[in-house]
Ligand binder design. Structure first.
Ligand code: 26A
Length: 345
């Protein structure tokens, strides 16, 4: 069947550039973080566009994952939903998505520009400041347009960018309820530390529906501190805690997957029907430092490989391995992209 994987997120164009520490400080940005831009950050985009070596690349975390999953899967496997403006930037996104064969069903906004993300690269870190613009205006009604809902119903796997919790929790809930009621697979990424910190209520409402929670170590730590877990909690303990939270669809266990950069990836799976908890550790693909171009999109690439493997019916260990392989591929490219001619796993 066509289009088994349905993704939802915030489509953004990345304005990526190498930035100095003093530039980051000027805008009050941490070395390695992702934030929603406030008024004081707005001049950053004009400034970045005028900097030497700035690159405009298709971004948006879940859109990166959708493109990456389509890269690995047969033609017509992935559909991506999000909201954009009718402008040059969305044309650029369309161009990139077409190259990968990703089907997009954008909600177009008449009065808002396509969202953008300043991606400031400093060594192996990246600091991101996002102006969501049109992406902030996605509504659940777009999913309910009959042709779109047909695609949703036809899907077997769903992937939600956690960043979308800042935009439309009702749209996420629509997909989550559909997946749970029909015993289909649904995954969500925690996306950034500020999601569990500042969108805790929205996150906690969706987690019961989710089969696979994917995140990195700093998001895991942010989850732990915002949810009152002991300060001494290890990444594996945080994963176990989340795995055991209430689950709407009891027919599927919940698996939490925490990547940790070059350190091993930790998974915790809790099967409530058997009261069985399974914690595993997987080594990453070591990559020589000299081969790293930038780490923008590494986590999205991991999720891409992981989701593509699930769609192909692979098991957890295999899905983690495909994810790590995809992440290694992406960090050897500029931005959240993959090499052409295509490499196969
Ligand atoms: C709501 N926010 C802050 C965001 C994002 C985002 N994608 C969706 N929503 N902030 C940064 N990104 C994207 O993350 C990718 C790297 O993981 C960037 O566009 C970048 O491509």
């Amino acid at each position: 069947m066509s289009f088994p994987l349905i993704c939802l997120g915030n489509p953004l164009l990345d304005l990526q550039v190498d930035a100095t520490k003093s530039f980051l400080e000027k805008y009050d940005l941490k070395d390695d973080d992702a934030i929603l831009a406030s008024e004081k950050h707005m001049p950053i985009y004009k400034e970045v566009l005028n900097m030497d070596g700035v690159k405009l690349v298709a971004g948006g975390a879940a859109q990166n994952t959708a493109r990456g999953a389509q890269y690995l899967l047969p033609a017509d496997s992935v559909v991506y939903f999000g909201s954009v403006g009718k402008d040059e930037y969305s044309a650029k996104l369309n161009e990139a998505n077409a190259k990968y064969g990703l089907r997009t069903e954008y909600q177009f906004q008449e009065n808002h520009a396509t969202g953008k993300c300043a991606v400031l690269i400093n060594g192996h870190n990246r600091s991101m400041a996002t102006d969501l613009a049109a992406a902030n205006h996605f509504t659940p009604e777009h999913l309910q347009i009959p042709a779109n809902w047909k695609l949703v119903e036809n899907g077997t796997h769903y992937y939600i960018g956690g960043y979308h919790l800042t935009v439309s929790p009702p749209a996420i809930k629509l997909l989550a309820e559909h997946a749970s009621a029909n015993n289909k697979t649904i995954a969500m990424n925690l996306s950034a530390p500020f999601i569990p910190e500042f969108f805790k209520g929205a996150l906690d409402e969706i987690v019961p529906y989710i089969d696979y929670i994917i995140a990195n170590e700093s998001e895991a730590a942010a989850y732990a501190s915002s949810h009152g877990l002991p300060e001494s909690s290890t990444v594996a303990e945080i994963a176990q805690h989340i795995a055991k939270l209430e689950k709407v669809n009891a027919k599927r266990p919940r698996t939490v997957v925490f990547t940790q950069g070059l350190d091993p990836t930790i998974t915790a799976t809790y099967d409530a029907t058997a009261d069985k908890l399974d914690v595993k550790e997987y080594q990453v693909y070591p990559l020589e430092s000299s081969k790293i171009v930038d780490t923008n999109g590494a986590g999205d690439a991991f999720a891409a490989g992981f989701m593509a493997a699930l769609v192909e019916g692979k098991n957890l260990a295999q899905a983690v391995d495909v994810g790590q392989w995809m992440a290694a591929l992406s960090i050897q490219e500029v931005g959240p992209t993959f090499p052409f001619p295509k490499k196969s796993y």
